[in-house]
Ligand binder design. Structure first.
Ligand code: ATP
Ligand code: MG
Length: 395
C-alpha cells in the first residue's frame, strides 16, 4: 500500500516559549484521538511540525478531520523523499503534466523551506535546480515560471530527518489545542449565539462542557432534543465533552409567582449562573461561558450583565460580547450549528416573559425578590435531578 505524509502546521503554539512542549503533546494526542479508527497510521512530532504517515486511501479523510481540530494552522498531503533534485523534479513534472492536460498553459514556481541548515544548498539554489529541470522538460508544453503569480506551487520542506514534497495546503481552525487551557462550562441554549460562544472557547484550548436549562413542562421535549444535537455537533471539535441538563420549570414558576414581573429574565439568569457555578466548582471547571453580547436584548444591557455576573465568584467568559448578530450568524453557519439553531423551538427565557422586561434591574430589588421564594432549596433539588450525557457516546 502506498503511503503519504501529512504535514501538519500548528498555529499559536510557536509563541508559547517554555510551555511549547505541553501544547505540542496535547495537539498530537488530539490528532491521534480524531484519527483513532484508522489503521496503519502514525502521528509524530518533528522539529516545529507534526507529521502523519497514512495509507494513500485515507489521506483525504484524515485532512478533512484535521480541519475540525483547534490548534492546526494548515495541513498538506505530500510525499517523503530523498532531497534529490532529479527525483523531486520528476515528481513535479508528473504533477504538472496532468494539470497542463486540463489547462493547456500554466505558471509555476518551486518554493523550498530548509530547516536542515547543514544541507549543502540554500533554499534559493534548491528552487533553481528543481525548477530548471522541470522547465527543461515542460517549457515547450505551455509551462512558464512566475514566482509571485504561480498557478501551481511545488513546495519542498527539507528537515533534519526528512524531506517532504507537496502541492496543496488546506487551512485549519487555528487557535490552541483543546485541553491546553483547562475546562469550562458553557450555558448552551438552543439559540444561535451560545453554540458559537461554546466553539470560540474550544479554539482557545478549553475543553467545553455544556449546561442546558430545560423547561419541558411548558415547552415540550423539542428544546432538549435540539440542544442535544447542538452539543453533539460541537463536541466533534473536541471530544470528551459532557452535556448537563437541569430542570428549570420549578424555578421559573416560583419566580413568576413571587417576583416583580420586569425582573424575571434577570432573575432566571441569576439562577442559571448560580447553578452552573455550583457544578463548575464541583468539577473544577474554571469559568462559565455565555453567548451574551452587549445590547442584543433587554437582559444584555451593561447594567443587567453586571446584575447577573455579580452572583458568582468565577470568570464569566463572553466571547461574543462585541459582535453583531450578522457576524455571529456567519460563524454559526461555518461551524454547522445554524441550521439546527433556527429550527422553531422556544427557549425557557421566553416563557412567562413580562410585557416590559427591565433593562436596568437594580441589585437591591433583585435581592429583595429573591427573599420571596426559596431559591436555595430549588437550586439544590434542580442539581440533584440533573441529567448528564457523555457526548462521545452519541458518536
Ligand atoms: P442564544 O442564541 O445563545 O440563546 P440569545 O441571544 O437568545 O442567546 P438570551 O436568551 O438572552 O440570548 O441568552 C443569553 C445567554 O444565556 C445565552 O447565550 C446562553 O449562554 C444563556 N442561556 C439562555 N437560555 C439558556 C438555557 N435555556 N440554557 C442554557 N443557557 C441559556
Ligand atoms: Mg436564547
Amino acid at each position: 500500500m502506498k503511503t503519504k505524509t501529512l504535514l501538519i502546521r500548528y498555529d499559536e503554539i510557536g509563541l508559547k516559549g517554555r510551555n511549547r512542549r505541553h501544547f505540542e503533546n496535547q495537539l498530537v494526542s488530539n490528532i491521534r484521538y480524531a484519527l483513532r479508527d484508522l489503521k496503519n497510521i502514525k502521528i509524530f512530532k518533528i522539529h516545529g511540525r507534526i507529521l502523519g504517515r497514512v495509507d494513500l486511501t485515507d489521506a483525504e479523510k484524515c485532512t478533512s478531520r484535521l480541519t475540525q481540530i483547534p490548534g492546526i494552522a494548515s495541513i498538506s498531503i505530500g510525499n517523503s523523499m530523498e532531497p534529490d533534485f532529479d527525483k523531486i523534479a520528476q515528481l513535479g513534472i508528473s504533477l504538472i503534466q496532468s494539470k497542463l492536460q486540463v489547462f493547456g498553459k500554466l505558471k509555476f514556481c518551486v518554493r523550498t523551506r530548509r530547516s536542515n541548515k547543514s544541507f549543502p544548498f540554500t533554499s534559493k539554489e534548491f528552487d533553481f535546480e528543481v525548477g530548471s529541470r522541470i522547465m527543461e522538460a515542460l517549457s515547450s508544453n505551455g509551462l512558464s515560471v512566475d514566482i509571485n503569480g504561480a498557478d501551481f506551487v511545488l513546495e519542498v520542506e527539507i528537515g533534519p530527518q526528512e524531506t517532504i514534497v507537496f502541492d496543496n495546503r488546506v487551512s485549519g481552525l487555528k487557535g490552541l489545542p483543546v485541553g491546553s487551557s483547562g475546562q469550562v462550562l458553557s450555558l448552551l441554549s438552543g439559540g444561535i449565539d451560545s453554540p458559537v460562544s461554546t466553539f470560540k472557547l474550544m479554539t482557545r484550548g478549553c475543553r467545553v462542557h455544556s449546561m442546558f436549562f430545560d423547561n419541558r413542562t411548558f415547552l415540550g421535549r423539542g428544546g432538549y432534543d435540539k440542544v442535544v444535537r447542538l452539543a453533539h455537533t460541537l463536541n466533534r471539535f473536541q471530544g470528551g465533552g459532557k452535556l448537563y441538563v437541569i430542570s428549570f420549570q420549578d424555578i421559573q414558576v416560583a419566580i413568576r409567582d413571587h417576583c416583580t414581573d420586569s425582573n424575571r429574565v434577570v432573575l432566571y439568569r441569576r439562577m442559571m449562573y448560580r447553578i452552573a457555578h455550583a457544578l463548575a466548582e464541583l468539577k473544577n471547571y474554571q469559568g462559565l461561558v455565555t453567548g451574551e453580547s452587549v445590547g442584543q436584548v433587554a437582559s444584555q444591557t451593561l447594567k443587567n450583565l453586571m446584575a447577573v455576573s455579580c452572583v458568582v465568584p468565577m470568570s464569566i467568559l463572553r466571547p461574543l460580547i462585541g459582535m453583531n448578530k450578522q457576524e455571529i450568524i456567519m460563524h454559526a453557519k461555518q461551524i454547522g450549528t445554524y441550521d439546527i439553531s433556527i429550527e422553531p423551538q422556544l427557549d425557557c427565557c421566553s416563557v412567562f416573559m413580562p410585557d416590559h422586561p427591565g433593562t436596568s434591574c437594580k441589585i437591591k430589588y433583585l435581592e429583595a425578590d429573591e427573599r420571596l421564594y426559596p431559591w436555595e432549596e430549588l437550586m439544590s433539588s434542580a442539581l440533584d435531578s440533573m441529567e448528564t450525557i457523555n457526548l462521545d457516546d452519541l458518536d
